[in-house]
Design a protein around this ligand. Structure first.
Ligand code: MG
Length: 253
């Protein structure tokens, strides 16, 4: 039998709110703009994803703030590869595409209702990483999460890690890691650190994972679900959504 759950940590970006598609749309627009300026899309993608964006992550951390320097630098790097002089107007157009990504993201369908039910049933903490914790907390507030969880139930490390998870479990008085579960969409940032400390984990799968998140899990055996609602049903011991739909008459009797 599964032990009682003493704490559930819930990821924010792309688990409760729609973040990555906005980034992906902005990147697609960047590659399109650069293609119009004569840079092959394949090369733009490689320079951006493999060279520039990892450097900007190190410099600026996660979140929308790195996108503007990252988009501009992708253009400069391509110019350097082609021995071309950068056009300041085009550099500014690249930066403008990145600025469109700022501001609070939209909640995913049903996610906040599911969070409300979860928080009423089990000790729940929002666990989200950001370089700029104040900005992230404003996004969390704008979406309405603070109406469900008080600020002391929101934890925002710069980067999620096994070390930070151990500290989080200690802070919330969880005696053994297997009594806690982390729900998130990222194998790199959510699932692997949780498994590393012996917590349970549930992966909320996204259609198009971000390149940075395409890593292998350090262990198998964790559930994969298509939405946060499904994860909450699993945690609360409810039948999966599909099973309910399949047998309406049985439920009515
Ligand atoms: Mg996430």
């Amino acid at each position: 039998m599964t032990p009682r759950t003493a704490l559930v940590l819930v990821d924010f970006d792309d688990t409760l709110v729609d973040t990555a598609p906005r980034f992906q749309r902005a990147r697609s627009a960047l590659f399109e703009l650069l293609a119009g300026a004569g840079f092959a899309e394949e090369l733009s993608r490689r320079v951006h994803h493999d060279e520039v964006d990892p450097e900007m992550l190190d410099l600026h951390g996660l979140g929308p703030f790195r996108l503007e320097p990252s988009f501009r630098e992708t253009y400069f790097r391509l110019c350097a590869l082609h021995g071309a002089e950068p056009d300041p107007a085009l550099a500014e157009a690249c930066a403008a595409l990145a600025r469109d990504v700022a501001g609070p993201p939209a909640p995913l369908a049903g996610a906040l209702d599911a969070l409300r039910e979860l928080a009423a049933a089990l000790p729940t903490v929002l666990y989200t990483q950001a370089e700029n914790a104040a900005y992230q907390l404003e996004c969390v507030r704008a979406v309405g999460v603070l109406e469900i969880l008080p600020p002391e139930r929101v934890r925002i490390p710069r980067r999620k890690s096994a070390e930070d998870l151990r500290a989080t479990l200690a802070e919330f008085g969880v005696p053994r890691p297997e009594l806690a579960c982390l729900v998130g969409n990222s194998i790199r940032s959510d699932i692997n650190p949780a498994l590393a400390v012996g917590m349970r984990a549930i992966l909320v799968e996204v259609a198009e994972p971000w390149e940075f998140d395409r890593v292998d899990p350090i262990a198998d055996g964790f559930p994969r679900v298509p939405s946060f609602r499904h994860a909450v049903d699993l945690l609360l011991g409810r039948p999966p959504v599909g099973a309910q739909d399949a047998a309406p008459e049985e439920r009515a009797s």
